[in-house]
Design a protein around this ligand. Structure first.
Ligand SMILES: [Cu+2]
Length: 445
């Protein structure tokens, strides 16, 4: 902890330019002169020090998403992590765990300022290595899905959201029909720092197994992707191996979620890996996959439209242990009306609440997420992993996550053991929803 000695990692927060394409260069805030920031590799269980240097004029926070680490280093002001002051620096020390695909990003509030927090380029992968990775793949590639140049709009299309057409167990009999307020949308999309076609392709050879680490680093949107001509073998969700790996044609990821998937390269050609929604893909969200000695135009083939269903990756027939306590959480939208921003309620109130959410150390909790709104929300619990036990009435077990999409008017139930004393933030991972009420703080009794 000696400030004179070098830390294991240094992250410098400062203005950066991102060359999405030769004719499209934008200015944002990033880490170490790049966005995304560097892929940080850490060893599970080996304590690390990180110097965060803030070369901007506002206080910042670096959150370590998906790690089981104490509140004072988690990177969340509400949990008591000290901010990194404007033009200042601070050293953090923690022991990364568990192994798997994690990420780091700004946890600053943004409110109506679309140049702050997770709207900026402050994000990157952390890969926590267990030390006994079998490594049954030929290439390992990190891909983060992003949108840029956000703006307010009252006309939000959400073709990517599931739930419309599916079961809607939480649809209220009486709907609030007030006019909707402003949501945030984007003009430009990328994978890592390049729009489709502007960067180097992923170069593969026939017969290779390619391990993709996928992250939805969007501040505001869930995203569905596919790789033309190929299937993904999903092996981990939010960095945690799934009980039943399955092949799928498309992957839906909520903001903040990660998926690890193996692709067997058995279809020589030149293909597009990208957003299934045409507008998003043609606005940049894609990357070319090019087989050796193949030179034709990149091909896109729409995948069969199948709903995203986490439960296919679960343990069939397993019943989770009964919880010691069940906590119901009901989420509702207060439509903002023209020109104003929607607000969000957790159990009838915007954040902060008066200490309703309490864990007792060692007890097993069941959280029931009732989404009584017409949006799908990626809900994130800090500093803990939960096990998905039910989605819209379908039971499951064995899927460990830190973020779960609860579909529009849908319900998800998760179990966890309260074994990480300290303040623990819970929120929707869409920055705008979090900033306008969709947040709760758990404390330990
Ligand atoms: Cu939300």
């Amino acid at each position: 902890m000696n400030a004179g000695s070098a830390a294991d990692y240094t992250l410098r927060i400062a203005p950066v330019t991102v060359e999405l394409a030769p004719d499209h260069i934008l200015s944002t805030i990033g880490y170490n002169d790049t966005s995304p920031g560097p892929v940080l590799r850490m060893r599970e269980g080996k304590t690390v020090s990180v110097d965060v240097i803030n070369d901007t004029d506002v206080p910042e926070l670096v959150h370590w998403h998906g790690m089981l680490i104490p509140s004072d280093v988690d990177g969340v002001e509400e949990e008591g992590t000290p901010t990194v002051p404007a033009r200042g620096r601070r050293r953090f020390q923690f022991t990364p765990r568990p192994a798997g695909s994690r990420w780091y990003h700004s946890h600053a509030m943004a409110g109506a300022d679309l140049h702050r927090g997770s709207y900026t380029g402050q994000f990157g992968f952390v890969y926590v290595d267990s030390g006994n990775d079998a490594g049954r793949y030929d290439q390992e590639i990190f891909l983060s899905l992003r949108d840029w140049e956000p703006f307010f709009t009252s006309n939000m299309d959400d073709d990517d959201d599931d739930g419309h057409g599916g079961p809607q167990p939480e649809k209220p009999a009486m709907m609030n029909t007030d006019p909707n307020g402003l949501e945030v949308n984007s003009m430009t999309y990328s994978i890592n720092d390049k729009v489709l076609g502007a960067g180097e392709p992923i170069r593969v050879k026939q017969g290779q197994r390619v391990l993709l680490h996928l992250l939805n680093a969007s501040a505001i949107e869930n995203r569905r992707i596919a790789l033309a001509g190929h299937q993904f073998l999903v092996i981990a969700l939010d960095g945690n191996p799934v009980p039943t790996p399955q092949k799928v044609d498309g992957i839906l990821m909520g903001a903040g979620e990660r998926v690890d998937a193996i692709v067997e390269m058995n279809q020589p050609g030149v293909w597009i890996l990208g957003a299934t929604e045409e507008r998003i893909r043609s606005s940049g969200l894609g990357i070319i996959v090019e087989y050796e000695n193949q030179h034709r135009q990149p091909q896109w083939v729409p995948p069969p439209r199948a709903p995203w269903d986490y439960t296919i990756f679960g343990k069939a027939g397993a019943t989770p242990a009964a919880p010691d306590q069940t906590i119901d959480m009901v989420f509702e939208k207060i439509p903002g009306g023209p020109g104003s921003i929607n607000h969000w309620l957790v159990n009838g109130k915007e954040y902060p609440h008066d200490g309703e959410f309490v864990f007792r150390q060692g007890l097993r909790y069941r959280l029931v997420f009732h989404n009584r709104s017409d949006d799908s929300h990626p809900l994130h619990l800090h500093r803990h992993m939960f096990e998905l036990v039910e989605l819209n009435g379908k039971p499951t077990a064995g899927i460990k996550k830190d973020t779960v999409i609860v579909p529009a008017f849908g319900r998800a139930t998760v179990d966890l053991v309260a074994d990480q004393p300290g303040l623990t933030l819970f929120h929707c991972h869409m920055q705008q929803h979090m900033d306008y009420g969709f947040m709760a703080l758990f404390r330990y009794a």
